[in-house]
Design a protein around this ligand. Structure first.
Ligand SMILES: [Zn+2]
Ligand SMILES: [Zn+2]
Length: 320
């Protein structure tokens, strides 16, 4: 595939001149759809989507699934009486990505500053979306009653900065409105697409979308190409790999990826490290091991040297 962005994937204007301290990524929630605690999910984790990134002086939290609760406890322990300042970036409004926010302890302390950013959803504004899980009768405390300094802002640009970290956004193929983000840090870039169905979906569902086979083919190819360009050269690519290839045949249109589609996207995008994410609630640790093995095998068959692993709750990755 022809490269259309610089080797590092960083636009020249954003290229940092000095390498800062290592960039740390920690997984607090790796599960898709619903939390599944239990003996079968001890290694890969049962909490839903939440990833913490510390880079270039910024603390950026990606999504607020149930994993944000233990993150809040850890931050309280770490910071003590010092203020916590962080930015929470939301990909979309599905429950597994926002439901943990009412249980995020730092939001209840007036010393802390929390910026929450995301795009409007289908038929609902971003502020409305974030306030919804805390609205009566679903929760006893309203968003406006939180003591922390909470600023909820709707994103309108696809490129923006969080301190020295440049963020690029893209809308992906998932029911409703769903964004993927790529964070450009001084130590490399991290792409985060927790929910995305491969664009080959359009080939399966051309009739439902009232497209001719030719239109469907072009839409699928254009979508894939745009995403490849967006992800090109990512140092860490965190990607929705919910289904096996067999399972995907029964879940076309459900908005999630399969092993083969994830492998081919990572390979086309020349990612350096692929992290399989959004584990299916029906998959226990043993099943996720098999999915990781299969993905590694497929990468080897393509003669690519992409490191592949399954996202494990509580684990950390370092970019330096
Ligand atoms: Zn999800
Ligand atoms: Zn979703």
């Amino acid at each position: 595939m022809k490269k259309r962005v610089p080797e590092s994937g960083v636009p020249p204007a954003a290229m940092p001149s000095v390498l800062a301290s290592p960039v740390r990524i920690k997984f607090w929630g790796t599960r898709g759809s619903i939390a599944v605690p239990g003996s079968g999910t001890l290694r890969f984790g049962g909490n839903t989507t939440c990833v913490e990134v510390r880079a270039d002086g910024e603390m950026i939290v990606l999504d607020a699934g149930s994993g944000i609760r233990p993150l809040g406890v850890a931050l309280d322990n770490e910071f003590g009486t010092q203020p916590i300042k962080l930015c929470l970036l939301i990909t979309h409004a599905h429950w597994d990505h926002i439901q943990g926010l009412p249980f995020f302890r730092p939001a209840y302390n007036r010393k802390n500053e929390i910026r929450i950013l995301g795009f409007d959803g289908a038929g609902a504004g971003f502020k409305e979306i974030m306030a919804e899980p805390m609205r009566a009768p679903f929760f006893p405390i309203a968003m406006r009653e939180l003591s922390g300094k909470i600023d909820i802002s709707r994103l309108s640009e696809m490129t923006f900065s969080l301190g020295k970290v440049q963020v690029h956004a893209i809308f992906v193929n998932h029911p409703g409105v769903c964004a993927g983000y790529r964070l450009f840090t001084s130590a490399g870039s991290i792409a985060f697409l927790p929910d995305h169905e491969p664009y080959e979906f359009f080939l399966h569902s051309a009739r439902g979308n009232k497209m001719s086979p030719e239109q469907a083919k072009k839409t699928a190819a254009d979508g894939h190409e745009a995403l490849v360009q967006f992800l090109h050269g990512s140092d860490i690519l965190i990607l929705d790999a919910q289904y096996t290839d067999e399972e995907y045949q029964w879940h076309v249109g459900w908005g999630h990826g399969s092993i083969s589609s994830v492998v081919s996207l990572a390979a086309d995008a020349d990612a350096k490290r692929l992290v399989l994410f959004h584990h299916d609630p029906n998959h226990d640790d043993e099943m996720v091991d098999k999915i990781v093995d299969k993905a590694r095998m497929q990468i080897a068959q393509l003669s690519k040297s992409i490191a592949v692993e399954g996202a494990r709750e509580g684990s950390e990755l370092i970019l330096s």
